[in-house]
Design a protein around this ligand. Structure first.
Ligand SMILES: [Zn+2]
Length: 213
């Protein structure tokens, strides 16, 4: 265990670091597929009883490391270091959709039709991998919707995503930076069951599939 939850937390995940067991520093790491840099956590095991010796090992997580006068029992017990707002930076790109799956459904079913016209059936999201193995999210918009400002549509999606999800501010920055979101004008693809797939993988193993129903 790296720490224990603070009883007076700031945000959803706020731990008191077990500073007797772990050394923790932050080191800048470039998020794969983008130019964005985050302060990744690097752990060093301090106890002589650890099963594995690790020294400044990066575990794909980043967040905030600070000290705060929270007044809870953990602080009084001698653990003043808080680790909070912890997110996995690899999830920001490759599996970014796990962060915002339900948000994307709401955007396609409500937000986009209300702003750009058409109905929920005129919008679809396709997850694809580009030649470098990075995830690209393509919004398929039916030509029936008429003229659509593609930049405006992408900005609308980014706004909604960062409003809905904790940690999505960074996803937003990464996605914009990496050009993750695209717009394509064609009719959404219907499956053999007649259902509209909100997300369909372009490749067999491209990842998560959400179903509208
Ligand atoms: Zn506390």
């Amino acid at each position: 265990m790296v720490g224990l939850s603070c009883r007076n937390p700031l945000g959803e995940n706020d731990l008191h670091l077990f500073r007797d067991a772990w050394g923790l520093i932050q080191s800048p790491v470039q998020v794969p597929g983008s130019t964005l840099v985050v302060d990744a956590f690097c752990f060093t095991a301090l106890l002589p009883t650890v099963p594995k010796i690790i020294f400044n090992v990066e575990l794909d997580d980043y967040g905030i490391l600070d000290q705060r006068d929270c007044g809870c029992a953990m602080q009084r017990a001698g653990f003043p270091d808080h680790v909070r707002d912890i997110f996995s930076f690899r999830k920001l790109t490759g599996e970014g959709m796990t962060l915002v799956g339900s948000t994307m459904l709401r955007i396609m079913e409500e937000v986009l039709p209300a702003k750009f016209g058409g109905s929920a059936l005129d919008y679809q999201l396709v997850e694809e991998e580009d030649d470098n193995g990075f995830t690209r999210l393509t919004f398929v918009v039916s030509p029936k919707v008429g003229s659509v400002d593609e930049k405006d549509l992408i900005e609308t999606v980014l706004d909604e995503v960062s409003r809905d999800s904790p940690g999505a501010d960074l996803a937003r920055a990464v996605w914009r930076d990496a050009g993750t979101l695209r717009v394509k004008r064609e009719d959404p693809t219907w499956s053999t069951l007649g259902k509209l797939l909100s997300l369909r993988p372009a490749k067999k193993n491209a990842g998560i599939v959400f179903d509208n129903q």
